[in-house]
Design a protein around this ligand. Structure first.
Ligand code: ADP
Ligand code: MG
Length: 268
């Protein structure tokens, strides 16, 4: 038996080792039906790679997982906890802002655009949330931030401002910043799409090390080599549905659907 749920949360027992469970998720923007019944699970320590054409709903799905978007139907669980809602009398009621913020702290997100604070140095960017949100003292937050910058290969750039860093370096600072909150899940939304080609490898290597350390990750990317090498699963989305999902090598070598074949032939 697990411990009773804290006030305001809703827990249900999941399958062994499941960290993320997405059940029948729909999302409308007005009349626009963007997610059309998504089911997906990600196990603890897994790297789930998500691919699909522009507009297929990949970013929307990531944004639903940390409740940056409200879902129109379905349920999302992270670590057995219903995200964004509590269930009462068979209906879902949106959680209070404070509860949503608490859930989000467990989920790190890295965007295509790095969104660093331009007036803060690399180390200050990484320290910011632990100090402001978690109330850590500045000295210990700085020490940890320097360790994280070292981990992403930027110990010599700690006192640089974002404008003094390359795009790849900024993205690695953004990864360190997300890790500073000790998330149990990391979401990456096309983290290398805005980078010059020669800077992509360093960012992918940091993500690869993170995966090897056991972090659970959902990664939207067109880097098929990364999917093949690092992904535990590869999911192809199109038109707001999961068209197919499986072992990355199998999906890449032997796609089952015409739409997957067509997409892969363009990105391979
Ligand atoms: P992807 O990341 O796969 O390119 P998105 O999730 O960004 O796809 O978008 C899926 C669809 O939802 C697109 O048609 C897009 O125009 C639409 N969309 C995304 N965000 C919004 C929004 N905030 N308001 C209205 N429509 C949106
Ligand atoms: Mg997107």
């Amino acid at each position: 038996m697990s411990a009773p749920a804290p006030e305001g949360t809703h827990r249900i027992p999941s399958g062994a080792g499941e960290l993320v469970r997405i059940e029948g998720v729909h999302k409308y923007y007005g009349q626009h039906h963007v997610l059309r019944g998504i089911d997906m699970t990600v196990r603890q320590g897994e790297v789930a790679v998500l691919i699909g054409p522009s507009g297929s709903g990949k970013s929307t799905l990531l944004r639903c997982i940390n409740h940056l978007e409200t879902i129109s139907a379905g349920r999302i669980f992270v670590d057995d906890e219903l995200i964004g809602y509590r269930e009462h009398g068979g209906r879902l009621h949106e959680l209070r802002v404070k509860e949503i913020a608490r859930q989000r702290r467990n989920i790190g997100m890295v965007f295509q655009r790095f969104n660093l604070f331009g007036h803060k140095t690399a180390v200050e960017n990484v320290m910011e949330a632990p100090v402001q949100v978690k109330g850590h003292d500045r000295a210990s937050a700085r020490k940890r931030a320097l360790e994280l910058l070292d981990r992403v290969g930027l110990s010599d750039r700690a006192n640089h401002y974002p404008a003094q860093l390359s795009g790849g370096q900024q993205q690695r600072v953004a990864i360190a910043r997300a890790l500073a909150m000790d998330p149990e899940l990391m979401l990456f939304d096309e983290p290398t799409s805005a980078l010059d080609p020669e800077l992509v490898g360093d960012v992918l290597n940091v993500m690869k090390d993170l995966a090897a350390s056991g972090m659970t990750m959902i990664v939207v990317t067109h880097e098929i080599g990364f999917a093949r090498e690092v992904g535990d699963t590869l999911t192809f989305m199109d038109g707001g549905v999961v068209v197919e999902s499986g072992n990355p090598r199998d999906v890449i070598a032997n796609p089952q659907h015409e739409r997957t074949k067509g997409f892969l032939s363009k990105v391979l």
